[in-house]
Design a protein around this ligand. Structure first.
Ligand code: SAM
Length: 315
């Protein structure tokens, strides 16, 4: 499926819920949550993925909110992994429930996992996430690797005066645990931390890493918008710069929100209702056209017209 810029779009991110078991200061919003009826059912998700595959989608990522708080995720995964044409299913999680679920997820067909972890300091972790315990995420990370989920990538949102001083600790974490760590720029969002005050460019993170480690740029399959480097000692680190280095021209993804709207871009306000179409009994062909239209609406820059609710859109 090609968008109006001629770029191939083959990656779909689906947010399973707007609920989360953490209260991250920069992400969580305390507004009303969607009811069960408002959420896409697993049957509806499966049907949308089938239609998306017929348009050329080859990879699906489940996200949220926190996808593991939605009951039966492993059942959804098992259904999706049987769909012909789908080459890759992955998950983005905060890792709190991962130690419990990693085995079941792997068995159900999950290949790889991204874990969000912004600090390696237990007290800071609790402060930043409102309620989480760092050791649960570390156990989840170990269990994911132990179950053979591969690769395990750790995503770090870099926040000025919060965790910018932990960059080198995270590089060591990557080396010691043989996993990729990706540093991501903070985007304007609905949480409590004002973007202007906490934004920190990843170019400065890269410079800091370069002071202590030699770095060799590498290609990573399915690497998307990240730039990857192997650091001495064997760690792999990535940089994702949605703010300072717009990668829209390389963006290959669309998103479906928990209430079933397809969104061409995280940073734009535009979306199209698919759940209504499903529940009105529209044919696959009509749903396909809506998805195709959303892809055509992908633009060559992301405007961040409003602060994004990551939990609602699926970060
Ligand atoms: N709960 C899951 C998790 O924590 O990975 C999935 C959803 S969470 C919204 C997905 C990712 O979005 C997390 O890595 C989180 O750090 C990131 N995120 C949330 N708000 C963000 C922001 N304002 N800028 C950049 N990334 C953000």
């Amino acid at each position: 499926m090609r968008d109006s810029r001629g770029e191939g779009v083959e990656y779909l991110r689906i947010s399973l819920t707007d609920r989360c078991n953490l209260r991250c200061l920069y992400c969580y919003s305390h507004g009303n949550k969607l009811s069960r009826e408002e959420l896409l059912s697993f049957e509806e998700i499966e049907r949308l993925v089938r239609v998306a595959i017929s348009l050329g989608i080859r990879r699906v990522r489940l996200t949220g909110g926190e996808p593991l708080v939605r009951k039966g995720v492993e059942k959804l995964l098992a259904r999706l992994s049987l769909l012909p044409g789908l080459e890759d299913i992955s998950l983005t999680t905060n890792g709190i429930l991962l130690a419990k679920f990693a085995g079941k997820l792997k068995e159900a067909g999950l290949r790889r996992v991204n874990i969000s972890l912004d600090t390696l300091n237990p007290a800071k972790f609790q402060w930043l996430t409102g309620r989480g315990r760092l050791e649960e995420v570390l156990r989840g990370t170990e269990e994911a690797s132990g179950q053979g989920l591969n690769p395990v990538k750790v995503n770090v949102v870099v926040l000025r005066n919060v965790n910018q001083d932990e960059v080198i600790d995270f590089v060591r974490f990557s080396i010691e645990n043989r996993l990729s760590v990706r540093f991501i720029e903070f985007m304007p969002s609905v949480g409590l931390l004002p973007w202007e005050k906490f934004f920190f460019p990843v170019s400065l993170v890269k410079k800091e890493v370069g002071k202590y480690f030699s770095m060799e740029e590498i290609e990573v399959e399915g690497g998307g918008p990240a730039e990857y480097y192997r650091v001495e000692g064997g760690g792999i680190i990535g940089f994702i710069a949605p703010i300072t280095c717009s990668f829209c021209s390389r963006c290959n993804r669309i998103r479906i929100t928990p209430e079933g709207r397809v969104k061409p871009c995280l940073g734009s306000d535009y979306s199209l209702d698919l759940k209504g179409a499903l529940r009105r009994g529209e044919e696959d062909g009509a749903i396909r056209e809506k998805m195709r239209y959303a892809v055509l609406c992908k633009s060559s820059s992301h405007p961040f017209e409003k602060r994004v609710s990551f939990a609602r859109v699926g970060g």
